[in-house]
Design a protein around this ligand. Structure first.
Ligand SMILES: Nc1ncnc2c1ncn2[C@@H]1O[C@H](COP(=O)(O)OP(=O)(O)OP(=O)(O)O)[C@@H](O)[C@H]1O
Ligand SMILES: CC(C)(CO)[C@@H](O)C(=O)NCCC(=O)O
Length: 258
């Protein structure tokens, strides 16, 4: 049996860290904000307890990946398997430029198809810094998707591009957002959250066109558990660790098998 291993997903807002057991199953995960480099050593010491290990790292953020690579090498952790684009991921696809397509998108699709065992047409929605909606065809092949703006980034963009709009750290709460606001905060919450809901609904409808049976839908990303119930629709499956699960599958599947 292989020794326990680490899986790490470097996004644009956060890094997701996971540990695999001897059978390659994800047995623990956590997330830190991208700027919190001071905690990396402590996290690695904790995750690597009991001896490590091989590490699989997915990145859509090359500068952060460079820094993490230095930290891992400095602590003698390795070998490191890198997933820097969809070209490194053993997923069947019809992409034009897999080398320039996000590894996180490919790994989420791989996990939904191979890990969750979905077959036939499907959709994967990631609600992170960006919102991505992927189309999986009737033959299980990934056909590409759509990339839109995520909730936090939309708030930051409105703040950066205007003189008077603030930036809100957190837009989702237990309470359903208002449809409109009588002051700036609820007005921005309404525009950003319901705007994202409308975007995702429209994309799911368009990506479902001509599919029979209707597609399965799997969600992931920091805002998925908040946005999925607002979007509604048929069975809503949210898997926060989809990309880490994708890494756990990719490390034992040769890229040539796609
Ligand atoms: N503790 C948290 N810190 C930062 N963002 C969080 C947190 N909890 C939830 N979020 C939400 O998660 C979103 C970011 O999602 P996520 O962490 O999946 O993105 P990411 O790190 O950029 O990953 P990717 O680039 O793979 O989408 C933000 O829009 C934010 O609202
Ligand atoms: C779209 C994001 C930001 C989602 O995390 C990431 O997958 C990325 O930077 N992708 C590169 C471009 C592409 O996937 O087409």
């Amino acid at each position: 049996m292989p020794p326990p291993a680490l899986v790490i997903d470097i996004g644009n807002s956060r890094i997701k860290w996971g540990r695999l057991d001897e059978g390659g199953r994800l047995v623990g995960s956590m997330a830190t904000t991208i700027g919190d480099q001071a905690s990396w050593g402590m996290i690695l010491d904790r995750l690597a307890m009991g001896g490590i290990l091989e590490v699989s790292v997915a990145s859509v953020n090359p500068p952060a990946a460079e820094r993490l690579g230095e930290t891992l090498r400095g602590r003698g952790i390795g070998p490191i398997r890198w997933y820097r684009s969809a070209a490194d991921v053993p997923v069947r696809h019809g992409l034009e430029a897999p080398g320039r397509t996000g590894a996180d998108r490919a790994l989420a699709v791989l996990a939904a198809v191979s890990g969750k065992g979905h077959s036939g047409p499907g959709i994967v929605v990631q609600c992170g810094t960006a919102i991505t909606v992927e189309r999986i065809g009737p033959d299980g092949g990934w056909q590409g998707g759509a990339i839109g703006i995520g909730l936090s980034l939309a708030s930051r963009a409105l703040h950066a591009g205007t003189a008077q709009l603030p930036d809100f750290a957190s837009l989702l709460s237990e309470i359903e957002p208002p449809a409109w606001g009588a002051s700036t905060r609820p007005a921005m919450t309404a525009g950003i959250v319901w705007g994202a809901v409308g975007t995702i609904r429209e994309l799911i409808a368009r990506l479902s066109e001509g599919t029979d049976p209707p597609p399965w839908v799997v969600w992931t990303g920091g805002d998925a558990s908040g946005l999925a119930p607002l979007v509604g629709g048929r069975l809503t499956e949210v898997e926060p660790d989809l990309v880490l699960i994708g890494l756990s599958i990719a490390r034992t599947t040769p890229v040539t098998s796609r």
